[in-house]
Design a protein around this ligand. Structure first.
Ligand SMILES: Cc1ncc(COP(=O)(O)O)c(C=O)c1O
Length: 423
């Protein structure tokens, strides 16, 4: 067996092979003349990427929306950081802990295109956005806008500030298949009144993968004096964008999702002039701590995670954001185009390439989402998550490939959908 065949077979079998960042860079050097969209279809290249992961062979993992497991090399680096911090103990914590964290946060800010004094590391999107919702200087009667399609944790926090401060919640519903950006903007615009203070917006709807026209909604809201908080849980390191380009006021994301950082890492962005008015979750001395730093009092944390964020950034930036985005979009379209028009099949994700990337959602008439997910797993060894939300107009299974997903795995999904739909 030649080396190439060996590597390919081992990768398909789910064995993680030594795959250093320099090997990734070498591999990329050989395809550097390929535009990202051409490389997106090159199964040999992505089989090589797969080779850097240790994958459980029992199922095809199409539930990468929860979190993105780490390539073996990043995982090893993380374990190395755990050992390093344990070795140095309190000395590490009292000497370099904060400067290291700050340096990593500055790299995350650079990726987001914002200033380092506008972004902090948190544990996840929930912490980031709930900190804004809970710490906002609400007055009774103030209104906040959100959507049925937003993530549950933030919707719960808005319910809490409703009970606590008398905030009035206005919940809109975003169409799964809008005819234009303007249709989506209008949904939000209609909910704004003179009492509206804050509008929450998912950059990518987690249950359908729908990418919303955030910039246009921010422009509309700002014209009416309303601030916008963006949930970037699924877009940071999945689709290329900058936070200033969105022009939102607050933005949160989880780094254990698309950046493939270890579990329990996130970011919070607060536009420079807004930080002073948000009440911190954990108190800081107001007179000496200014800017977003006042929201960054955490207590003791697993600080080795901060260090591994740096390794995840190295991997993402070596691979290249454009290449990753193009591959993920290709994979989604690869399978959705094969099932979208089948009888009994409902794809709950927009067809336009600009309105979706990795994530899509598929339902089959007559099969409840929970049953569909169970049948995919037991009969076809495909792991995906059921979404059963009539309120959000989404009933189906969310399918989320990753960069280690191969088109042959999606062929299995397509076969399953054909059979289950009776097509
Ligand atoms: C859109 C969206 N926002 C927020 C979250 C919460 O992320 P975390 O649990 O990392 O805080 C998720 C998690 O899946 C999500 O999909």
């Amino acid at each position: 067996m030649d080396k190439r065949t060996f590597l390919k077979r081992a990768a398909l079998a789910g064995a993680a092979l030594p795959f250093s960042l320099s090997a990734l860079a070498d591999r990329l050097a050989r395809v550097s003349h390929h535009p990202a969209t051409a490389l997106a279809t090159n199964e040999d290249f992505w089989t090589g990427i797969r080779g850097g992961y240790r994958l459980k062979p029992d199922y095809i993992n199409l539930e990468n929306g929860y979190y993105n497991i780490q390539p073996a090399e990043i995982l090893d680096a993380f374990i190395g950081h755990v050992k390093e911090v344990n070795y140095e103990g309190a000395y590490y914590m009292r000497t370099v802990q904060f400067e290291r964290k700050k340096a990593i946060a500055a790299r995350l800010a650079a990726l987001a295109g914002c200033s380092p004094d506008e972004l902090i590391i948190t544990r996840n999107t929930t912490e980031s956005l709930d900190m804004i919702i809970a710490g906002y200087p609400w007055k009774a009667g103030d209104e906040a806008i959100m959507a049925e399609q937003d993530y549950g944790a933030m919707l719960l926090m808005f319910k809490q500030v409703e009970r606590r401060h008398g905030v009035v919640r206005k919940t809109v519903s975003v169409p799964n298949h809008p005819a234009s950006d303007e249709e989506v903007v209008a949904v939000y615009e209609k909910a704004i009144t003179p009492k509206t203070k804050l509008l929450m917006l998912s950059h990518m709807v987690n249950i359908t993968g729908h990418i919303l026209p955030v910039r246009k909604i921010c422009d509309m809201a700002h014209q009416k004096g309303v601030e916008v908080m963006v949930d970037g849980a699924h877009t940071y390191a999945q689709i290329e964008h900058t936070i200033p380009g969105l022009d939102c006021d607050y933005y949160g994301a989880s780094l254990h999702k698309w950046l493939s950082a270890p579990l329990g890492a996130g970011i919070l962005y607060v536009r420079r002039d807004k930080a002073a008015k948000i009440w911190p979750l954990l108190a800081e001395p107001d007179d000496t701590t200014t800017g977003i730093a006042r929201l960054n009092h955490t207590g003791t944390l697993p600080v080795h995670t901060d260090l591994a964020i740096g390794d995840a950034l190295d991997y993402y930036q070596t691979l290249g954001p454009a290449r990753k985005e193009a591959r993920l979009r290709y994979l989604q379209q690869y399978w959705t185009t094969k099932v979208r028009d089948l009888p009994n099949v409902i794809v709950n994700t927009p067809v336009e390439p600009t309105r979706a990337c990795a994530i899509a959602n598929v339902g089959i008439k007559g099969i409840p989402p929970g049953d569909l997910a169970a049948r995919l797993l037991t009969k076809y060894k495909i792991y995906a998550v059921a979404i059963d939300s009539p309120a959000a107009n989404v009933q189906g299974v969310r399918v989320t490939p990753n960069i280690f997903t191969l088109s042959t795995e999606l062929d299995e999904l397509v076969r399953a959908v054909h059979e289950l739909a009776g097509a």
